[in-house]
Design a protein around this ligand. Sequence first.
Ligand SMILES: [Zn+2]
Length: 509
Amino acid sequence: MLLPLGLLWAALSLGSCFPLQRAPTRSKLLLVSFDGFRWNYDQDVDTPNLDTMAAEGVKAKYMTPAFVTLTSPCHFTLLTGRYLENHGVIHNMWFDTKTGVKLPYYTTQGISSWWDNGSLPIWITAQRQASVAPPPAHTLHTPSHAATLQEKLQASHDPQWPRVLSLPVNGLKTGSIHFPGTKAKYQGEEVYKKMVEPALFNYSNETNWRQSIDTVMEWFTADNLDFITLYFGEPDSSGHKFGPESTQRKAMIEQVDRTVGYLRQRIRESGLESKLNLIITSDHGMETVIKTNEIVIRTVSNFTFKDLDFELLDYGPNGLLVPKEGKLEHVYSVLKNAHPNLHVYKKEEFPKRFHYANHSRITPLLLYSDPGYVIHGRYKVQFNKGEHGFDNEAMNMKTIFRAVGPAFRKGLEVEPFESVNVYALLCELLGISPEPHDGSLEVTKPMLRDPAEPTEPTGPTEPTEPTEPTEPIGPTKPGGNGSGSLHPAKELPLMLGLALVLGCWGGIF
Ligand SMILES: [Zn+2]
């Protein structure tokens, strides 16, 4: 958007006496997710860098994820502000109840129709919106600055303004590295710059993590991106494999903490400290798997898989079933009291507090199990020591939320809140108008500095008036979506084949 904006301002200053106001510099925004970071993982490990960030910014006591507490659904809630039944990404796996085909996490990342079903992720919304003169991102007044360029131009009474409507209007520039949902297209649009991991990818490599951070800094500085999402697959993998109480998980938290230190150091070295808001959060927590008195659907008396048209089981504590015609009542009644830690519901009777079942992709019968218990189907194929997917009210499913930057107060710990509220905060920080969502900006407002406050009670004084010139005007690349794709998307048939050859769900997300 900078080029047409620059032309616009140049034209106005030369050709009219319209009083020009200098556009305040918009802060950039980096959203980081460390997958499966349980809310209290920093309480049994030394985390000096996370502690420093909390002292210099905002920390929530914990954050409540959406249900089901799975990776792709919960990340899409961060990106859209909607519960699963409203954004439609109801599982990590794409599935078709008619054919019985189920695709693993990684393959599902590339199936746009699974993601693009009515709710726009914030990348696309940001790319569509340009604001002429965004106020400081930490302003508390909404939605006065949330109008699009078009709306602002239409609101103007100057007769010269309508002429610029024919100029191309580009929105904010966004990027994403490995974040769930990055690979998909939404209404034909995609993230401007993206890195998508290959099918066989080591999500734990610390050197890779630092390279990703270096890439983010380059995108913010050389490419002048406004908003980037960055995803790390840990400590989820360690929590699954070794259990949330293991020494391996604790060592991984130390790696995460080193990475936070590296990230903040690179932000300083890149000259972004005073103009970048950083949010570090996650999708869900982790629970130790109970290996006694297990739930095994195959062994339930009077139950047979022959009564089902479709099943999605063996995925932690969640199950989706489609009984054959006329068999729903029977399957429901035999499973209903089969195990004291198994909960079986008809779709329309599923507890409303989960905001999960009211979607066309949800099957007529739903199963979920108590914390620690996973649901085995025909065979025992689940051997993880840690698992998630459980009730989002269980404390071990709660996750983290931390933020630091020019928009945020310093040294503030806020009360817990639901992850559906993060989206409105992201939109506020970017100065864009949100799509319909299930959260509220009111929830996160107490984190934000009031721009009227000259200084903070603690910490260094912020410069009150930006003195640097407006951002350099560089060539924009409208429609240049593919140019930043470092790992070209693979064809679906290839991935499906690979998934079948591997014979697994392709990971432990
Ligand atoms: Zn996850």
